[in-house]
Design a protein around this ligand. Structure first.
Ligand code: XMP
Length: 518
């Protein structure tokens, strides 16, 4: 990155707290860059980040464990001597207190949920706070006291030291979670740290990543050729768009039409990408997928076959094109969760469709979105002129409709499922429900039952409707969709699809269920 483009940034050290990404997101929303590193990094690894950001401060996250536990997670003490302010949140607060000879013990009560913090000194990190602040707590250990040099800034009914500071040393601690929206003035506290204490400039904009990304791809690939598997999801589409701008016709986006896509999906993806100048090859591989799926009913077996075939088709296209580089739409949470570090140089990689390894060796892997969150990727996609439907597309599984169909995959079932899916999508998108739902789709169950169509007995399939709310797909709740919408969906499906006699609504949460049905 050229020095004039290096943004100010905050490093977040991840001690395993559930809100770690949320801290990073909140800081980025302030137009200040942030990166998450594992808590065990050395001071040199933090310094290393200086290549991509001006490290202005460090935040220590929360953790499910106790600072007093055997083998508890520690901090490289030299990080406190970096010369930048350090803020500990929850576990981070307790750890800083303990490292500075404070008394940290298991609290009399666990504080969980909404609590009141009584502000003793509304200064530095707590500048501008009211006397009593609603805050979000989640802790078992408590800081009972600190050496005199520390200022106690706040307490709660059961935590005598709920916030502290030592501006001389540049150390700050908060027992509560300012990153969680239930902490009403959480943003103010983070603002105090990021701007008031760390003196960050607002000089990071996700949209700048387009220009940066183009430059980086040019530098990495030089005169070589690259290939990307284009699923039609927002990540691969935006990655293809950026690399397309950098390489022109030296990138080929391969869209494998396995015959398991939704209505008109493959042609829509191709059209949208070509409109912004990306070279797309749609490979019609329906026959080979259908042939291999014939008679297969086991869900895992179906996934395996689809994954294998996908890789075969994709590898063949990559070879034919002479691609030396593989482009992937990996985004920041993918990278953090898989434990790869920013400077790791992956040469042989995994392809996420079907979850199988590629057997091809590429000279390198290009990941233009590796530092961005999903909504930042969406902002980029919009800036690059991708259509709304693509930018806001619901997650759609790599194995496509095969995981929304119980039992064998057949053309007949696919045809009915596609039509039912269009109806669900249209009805949900006509209502407010679309904006609050994570996914909404139809499933073809393997159950047939008797119905009456006209005056005749009919024996047909059961279509299930799934509408779920979720933030990250790890857990999900079925949507309490209005009856009128469900009734319209049911009427339209049974009226227009003679082969369907029954429509049911899935009222299972995840867990115990999953979102898809297979
Ligand atoms: P489940 O069904 O496990 O799905 O609750 C969680 C989320 O993941 C999506 N999903 C997939 N995405 N390849 C993907 O890219 C897959 O094989 C796959 N299977 C499930 C699913 O749509 C949901 O959002």
């Amino acid at each position: 990155m050229s020095p004039d483009l290096i943004p100010d940034g905050i490093v977040i050290l991840d001690f395993g707290g559930q809100y770690c990404h949320l801290i990073a997101r909140r800081i980025r929303e302030m137009k200040v860059y942030s990166e998450i590193l594992p808590s065990e990094v050395s001071v040199d690894e933090v310094r290393e980040l200086g290549k991509t950001m001006r490290v202005r401060g460090v935040i220590l996250s929360g953790s499910p464990s106790s600072v007093n536990a055997k083998n508890s997670l520690r901090l490289d003490e030299r990080i406190l001597e970096l010369g930048v302010p350090v803020l500990g949140l929850c576990y981070g607060h307790q750890l800083l207190a303990q490292m500075n000879k404070g008394d940290v013990r298991k609290g009399e009560f666990k504080e969980y949920g909404g609590r009141t913090a009584y502000i003793d000194r509304a200064e530095n990190i707590l500048e501008g706070m009211e006397m009593e602040e609603p805050v979000w707590m989640s802790h078992g250990d408590t800081v009972y006291s600190l050496p005199k040099c520390f200022q106690i800034l706040a307490h709660t009914d059961s935590a005598p030291v709920a916030a502290f500071s030592d501006p001389e040393k540049g150390i700050y601690g908060l027992q509560w979670h300012p990153e969680v929206k239930h902490t009403i003035h959480g943003d103010r506290v983070l603002n105090n740290f990021v701007f008031g204490i760390c003196k960050c400039q607002q000089n990071w904009y996700p949209a700048d990543a387009v220009e940066e990304g183009i430059k980086a791809v040019k530098a990495q690939v030089g005169g070589g050729k690259a290939v990307i598997a284009l699923s039609g999801g927002v990540d691969s589409s935006v990655a293809a768009a950026i690399v397309g701008k950098a390489l022109g016709d030296r990138i080929m986006a391969v869209h494998v039409d396995h015959g398991l896509m939704r209505m008109e999906e493959s042609s829509q993806v191709k059209e949208a990408m070509e409109r912004i100048g990306v070279n797309v090859k749609v490979v019609d591989a329906k026959d080979r997928f259908m042939m291999r799926l014939r008679g297969v009913t086991d869900p895992e077996e179906k996934r395996k076959i689809i994954g294998e075939e996908f890789i075969r088709v994709f590898e063949k296209e990559a070879r034919l094109f002479g691609a030396e580089y593989l482009v992937q739409g990996t985004i920041y949470p993918d990278r953090i969760e898989s434990g790869t570090t920013r400077h790791a140089d992956t040469i042989k990689t995994h392809h996420n469709v079907g979850g199988l390894p590629l057997h091809m060796d590429f000279k390198g892997v290009v990941e233009p979105l590796r530092d961005l969150y999903k909504d930042e990727v969406r902002a980029l996609g919009t800036k690059m002129g991708l259509p709304r439907e693509l930018v806001w597309r619901q997650p759609f599984p790599g194995p496509g409709l095969a995981v929304r169909m119980v039992g064998e995959v057949t053309e007949e079932k696919l045809d009915a499922l596609r039509k039912a899916d269009v109806i669900v999508t249209e009805e949900v998108e006509k209502s407010e429900l679309a904006s609050t739902s994570w996914q909404y789709f139809a499933i073809l169950t393997d159950t047939k039952s008797t119905g009456v169509k006209g005056d005749e007995r009919a024996y047909g399939w059961t279509v299930a409707v799934r509408i779920v709310e979720s933030v990250d797909a790890m857990t999900a709740n079925f949507s309490k969709a209005p009856w009128e919408i469900l009734e319209r969906i049911s009427n339209r499906i049974t009226n227009s699809l003679p082969q369907v006699t029954r429509v049911v609504y899935d009222i299972t949460n995840k867990p115990p269920s999953t979102i898809e049905w297979e």
